[in-house]
Write a protein that binds this ligand. Structure first.
Ligand SMILES: Nc1ncnc2c1ncn2[C@@H]1O[C@H](COP(=O)(O)OP(=O)(O)OP(=O)(O)O)[C@@H](O)[C@H]1O
Length: 578
């Protein structure tokens, strides 16, 4: 998964590898320097010591340069690869079907993009380089050491297999626990998202204590997992450290013995001791890197899980309406089920002529919103066809389909940013004139201009700084700007004062004009003027006609109307008497 991103920056990695080999060379240069410097000093050869000191200065300069460039280039490579991967992941997420969003928490998805995508660093940075560097280093150290003293080299190497084996076992355990930790972080993120998005409910129901306790429990669980992980790492480091220390003492002991026997010089022994760590460390260190690598692999697996989800489209949809589209909609024998068990729509039939206003009414759970989901192509019906003019919508691209429809949801969703940006989402590259015209038609221009920064007013997360009626009018302005031939309107249920209600209704009437409109009506009093009213129950249209036709049928519509009418009348009378 990660290779194409790494290969894209092959030039940076090429320089990193070059620096890596230079640093290996420099290690041997230092060993050689130590060996000869000490022996020259013991021989009291002043001119050789002077020359060696010059080499020492050269070593210092080179090692500083290598260190600077390796650190910088490694960070640059990691940042570039990680940014590309995150872009690709977000691009993929934006193309995933609605079904995926329905079954995954937004906090969990944020976690994949943050905790998990950041967790791959180990696999693309120093660990990846070390996995290559350490074996080369160990092999070269072995050859060099063998030349100094073969027997001593073999003795030191005896500890290697034990260290390597224990490293592999620990690596596996680390990977398993890392995955559990990453999963817990995802859950924690979801919990936090809910806690902040639902803060008004939390406060109004005084749930603070309960929520805090839940947070403490999740955090406690995460902490104990981190403890286990830390213990594993601790054991591993301790094992690696004692293997290193043991080899050091063995070298010193046996080397001291050779020194006394005069079969090794002081310079040789010092050089040996300095270099032997590069022989033993790779064996333990490689396993350590392996452990860190495994942690990154665990994060990568979670990122890969998202990439494995088949996207709905190849590119990001852009919204291009069908040419010559008149706007008629026909739904023929639709059957649709979300989970494959109960049918949300069942033998649903409805014909909507172009430019007409159709109101959908029916009890809660009847399938009205589901129909919108199908019309916008979020889900596909299991059987039956939906036609836009005469074209089956499953043959249209997502761009064409969504270019044909403008959706005004029941609850307006506004994005953090300015009013201008929020309206402009309706149309790519909309001019200032178009924007203001849309706002005027939506009865929003006046209130926007009364705000201190006009169209540049920041509205806060989800428009918290605006009233319900203002938010609705911005959503209407956005839809007017989009100017799609089909309008899907989910009527807001929350009551507005009569002045605001009038302004919103006026804006909606302008929006519906000469547009095929399907409105999910929650208050029957607002749909008297609809060209057609379709009564939906248990996923199918059970009666349809104009308001008067349906009243005279005395069916479900007449009953629903009676209930609402008497409720409204009671409320009116109560208001009068109050
Ligand atoms: N994402 C979903 N996954 C599974 N089932 C769903 C999903 N959305 C809706 N349903 C189910 O589909 C059926 C129809 O729901 P739908 O939201 O279309 O009803 P509705 O008529 O719009 O109701 P309301 O007026 O209350 O909004 C219901 O039984 C509901 O539980």
């Amino acid at each position: 998964m990660i290779m194409p991103y790494v290969l894209k920056y092959w030039e940076t990695y090429f320089w990193l590898f070059l620096l890596l080999f230079s640093s290996i060379g420099l290690t041997f240069f230092f060993t050689w320097f130590l060996q000869h410097m000490i022996d020259a000093a013991i021989r009291r050869n002043v001119s050789e010591v002077r020359t060696m000191l010059m080499y020492g200065v050269l070593f210092t300069v080179l090692s500083s340069l290598i260190s600077y460039f390796s650190t910088y280039l490694e960070a640059a490579a990691v940042v570039k690869v990680r940014t590309d991967l995150k872009n690709a992941l977000f691009h993929h997420m934006m193309r995933l079907p609605a079904k995926y969003y329905g079954s995954h928490h937004s906090g969990e998805m944020v976690s994949r993009l943050t905790n998990d995508a950041n967790g791959i660093d180990g696999a693309i940075g120093s660990n990846m380089l070390n996995v290559i560097r350490l074996p080369i280093m160990a092999l070269s150290a072995f050859i060099y050491l063998f030349q100094i003293n073969g027997k001593l080299t073999v003795i030191c190497l005896a500890l290697g297999p034990i260290a390597a084996l224990s490293g592999l076992v620990f690596g596996k355990l680390l990977r398993r626990y890392s995955k559990v930790v990453q999963e817990s972080l995802g859950k924690l993120n979801s919990f936090l998202n809910d806690s902040f998005a639902g803060y008004t409910v939390i406060r109004s129901f005084t749930m603070e204590k309960k929520i805090y306790k839940q947070y403490e429990t999740i955090n406690g669980g995460l902490m104990s997992l981190e403890f286990t992980l830390a213990k594993l790492r601790g054991w591993f480091q301790a094992g690696a450290g004692s293997a290193g220390a043991l080899s050091f003492f063995v070298c010193l002991g046996v080397g001291g013995h050779y020194l006394m026997e005069d079969s090794m010089s002081v310079g040789d022994l010092l050089a040996f001791i300095n270099l032997v760590q590069h022989l033993v460390y790779p064996l333990t260190g490689l396993a350590g890197m392996w452990g860190a690598f495994q942690r990154s692999v665990a994060a990568m697996e979670r990122v890969q899980e998202v990439f494995n989800e088949p996207p709905e489209t190849r590119t990001l949809p852009s919204g291009e309406p069908l040419p010559e589209f008149k706007g008629s909609i026909e739904m023929k024998d639709i059957r649709f089920s979300y989970e494959g068990q109960t049918n949300a729509l069942d033998r649903f039939n409805l014909m909507i002529p172009a430019g007409k206003v159709v109101a959908l009414v029916g009890p809660s759970g009847a399938g009205k919103s589901t129909l919108f989901n199908l019309l916008m192509g979020f889900y596909k019906p299991q059987t039956g066809t939906i036609l836009f003019d005469d074209q089956p919508i499953h043959l249209l691209s997502s761009s064409q389909l969504r270019g044909c429809t403008a959706y005004v949801p029941q609850e307006t969703y506004l994005f953090d940013g300015t009013i201008r940006q929020n309206i402009a989402y309706g149309k790519d590259g909309a001019s200032e004139l178009e924007l203001i015209r849309a706002a005027k038609e939506a009865n929003a221009h006046e209130f926007i201009m009364s705000l201190p920064n006009g169209y540049d007013t920041e509205i806060g997360e989800r428009g918290v700084r605006l009233s319900g009626g203002q938010k609705q009018r911005l959503a209407i302005a956005r839809a007017i700007l989009k100017d799609a031939p089909i309008l899907l309107l989910d009527e807001a249920t929350s009551a507005l004062d009569s002045e605001t209600e009038h302004q919103v209704q006026e804006a909606l009437d302008r929006l519906m004009k000469e547009r095929t409109t399907i409105v999910i009506a929650h208050r029957l009093s607002t749909i008297h003027h609809a060209d057609l009213i379709a009564v939906v129950d248990k996923g199918r249209v059970i009666e349809q006609g104009t308001h008067h036709e349906l009243l005279s049928k005395k069916g479900l519509y007449a009953r629903l109307y009676q209930i609402q009418y008497s409720k409204e009348r009671d409320e009116l009378e109560m208001n009068k008497s109050g």
